[in-house]
Design a protein around this ligand. Structure first.
Ligand code: SF4
Length: 84
């Protein structure tokens, strides 16, 4: 999904999660950024941190979001997520 807010580049707080219902567990995310993603025993990816503030972490998560084959990576502005 290509709807990552541009605010990700400005150091805002972002919430990272995985939609386990669509994740295949193939592990592309873990291969790219093991500091953020790991395929757990349940067969789908899990994140090591749910809240990202460092620009490099947000950039890493955005890169994975762009290549995840099932669009299972969820990245949202922390402010906006509270209104959903
Ligand atoms: S790249 Fe996407 S589908 Fe593959 S394990 Fe990671 S979150 Fe799941």
């Amino acid at each position: 999904m290509a709807d990552t807010p541009q605010a990700a580049q400005s150091g805002r707080r972002m919430l990272l999660s995985i939609d386990a219902a669509v994740c295949t567990g193939a592990g592309t995310c873990e291969a790219m950024h093991p500091e953020l993603f790991r395929v757990g025993p349940a067969g789908h990816a899990v994140v090591s941190r749910t809240e990202l503030t460092a620009p490099e972490d947000i950039e890493a998560a955005t890169g994975v979001l762009d290549v995840c084959p099932t669009e299972a990576v969820r990245l949202a502005l922390a402010d906006a997520a509270g209104q959903a």
